[in-house]
Design a binder for this molecule. Structure first.
Ligand code: MN
Length: 413
């Protein structure tokens, strides 16, 4: 019997998978294969997202290295294991074995599945973005179209990823001896077709810039909060710091904001794990060597705390000091999607009463004038204003973080 991935799911919209009182669901097989007390992978739930349909490709160094292509349909990620990975050459057909549906949260997973567990090995986020079915709109929703294409065994999609773009076809060729449907992944001819070997061109995480070895070395462990943390990546994790919006004056609704003096230093992201730390500059480039003492102290701190973390900081004193401005990942918790006030409390708890030399918390003020006065006192160029209720968006400029420079004549003598 063929299992096509489009298992009975013809219930009307809205009645799908609420999780409550449900006997079976699309993630049953996914959950059955895993022990969530042991693996750092998400247990997941079926859910609908706003915006485009998500796709992700994870490079998975398991028993055999492969790439997992996942396409969002009906609140789960339809998944294929592609042993050789995608090709941009329309003449090349790549085997893609359909595997169990994965939860959407899996799109943020990067780390190591412990030995002995299902899929044991290191997982890297290799590409991500949105996709759409590549067919004339027939008045049906993209997911209706996808459901039909899955059933018919011929899927045409356009990927809008960081690395993969353009039109691809998946063609089902039959069920393998193990009952897993076999498909072929083929690039369609368009302006994105190329002879470039993308799997050789891109060998680091699209989310964290790490190699497989670096991800493995980070020791992202089971979710007991004691092993060094997963520097989990995803939409809310960090290729580069959020980009402040330059402003000439402080915001007009000050109670919605808090303020910190800005020394003029670049904002960077720091990924701290017990066995080492990495610092990424405002353009997402590795800047660890420009912060030698800081990186060492970050790793020491991760060791003392017992888990890793990801912070944003301001580079001061030529990189010898990092003034920590924000907390994005705290152990297993990815907190970037929580309001800034919550992240700040958590950051304060993380750094409180730690004896630190090169790492400090940035000075904070509820009052813009106090922050401006503090900056002026040290001859600094201005302040950074952060919106209290804002979530953190790595690499993006959202207007929730303002960099206000002091107009020179007013600043002082
Ligand atoms: Mn896999």
């Amino acid at each position: 019997m063929k299992r096509t991935g489009s298992r009975p799911r013809s219930r009307p919209r809205g009645q799908r998978a609420s999780g409550r009182g449900r006997k079976t669901g699309p993630l049953d097989e996914y959950r059955r294969r895993r022990d969530f007390a042991r693996t750092p992978e998400p247990a997941g739930r079926t859910r609908r997202r706003r915006g485009g349909l998500a796709f992700v490709i994870q490079k998975h160094d398991a028993t055999r290295l492969h790439y997992d292509l996942r396409l969002e349909v009906d609140g789960v990620m339809k998944s294929w294991a592609v042993p050789k990975g995608p090709s941009l050459d329309p003449k090349v057909r790549r085997l893609a074995v359909q595997v169990e549906d994965h939860p959407i949260e899996y799109n943020r997973f990067e780390g190591t599945i412990p030995r002995g567990e299902y899929g044991a090995g290191t997982v890297m986020l290799w590409d991500r973005g949105t996709y759409e079915p590549d067919v004339e709109r027939t008045g049906r929703s993209p997911e209706d179209v996808m459901r039909r294409m899955l059933r018919d065994g011929r899927i045409r999609i356009v990927l809008h990823g960081d690395r993969l773009r353009g039109s691809f076809t998946l063609v089902r060729t039959g069920a393998g001896t193990d009952g897993k449907p076999k498909w072929l992944l083929i690039k369609r001819r368009d302006e994105h077709a190329s002879r470039t070997d993308v799997t050789r061109r891109y060998v680091t995480s699209v989310a964290t810039g790490r190699t497989l070895d670096e991800i493995a070395a980070a020791g992202d462990g089971p979710p007991d909060g004691r092993r060094s943390a997963s520097l989990t990546a995803g939409p809310s994790a960090p290729p580069a710091p959020a980009r402040p919006t330059p402003a000439r004056s402080v915001p007009e609704d000050p109670p919605a904001w808090t303020f910190e003096p800005w020394s003029g230093g670049e904002h960077v992201l720091a990924f701290a794990a017990a066995d080492g730390a990495r610092i990424v500059d405002s353009r997402g480039r590795d800047a660890t060597r420009r912060h030698p003492g800081v990186a060492t102290e970050l790793a020491d701190l991760a060791r003392r705390i017992g888990h890793g973390f990801v912070v944003e900081g301001e580079r001061r004193d030529d990189g010898r000091v990092l003034a920590i401005t924000d907390l994005l990942v705290d152990g297993e918790a990815n907190v970037a999607d929580r309001p800034w006030t919550q992240r700040r409390r958590r950051l304060d708890a993380l750094l409180r009463r730690r004896r630190l030399d090169r790492i400090r918390r940035v000075e904070r003020f509820e009052d813009a004038d106090a922050a401006l006065a503090r900056a002026a006192r040290d001859g600094w160029p201005g302040v950074v204003a952060r919106r209290r209720d804002a979530t953190y968006h790595p690499g993006e400029r959202t207007g929730d973080i303002l960099r206000v420079t002091i107009p020179r004549p007013r600043g002082g003598r």
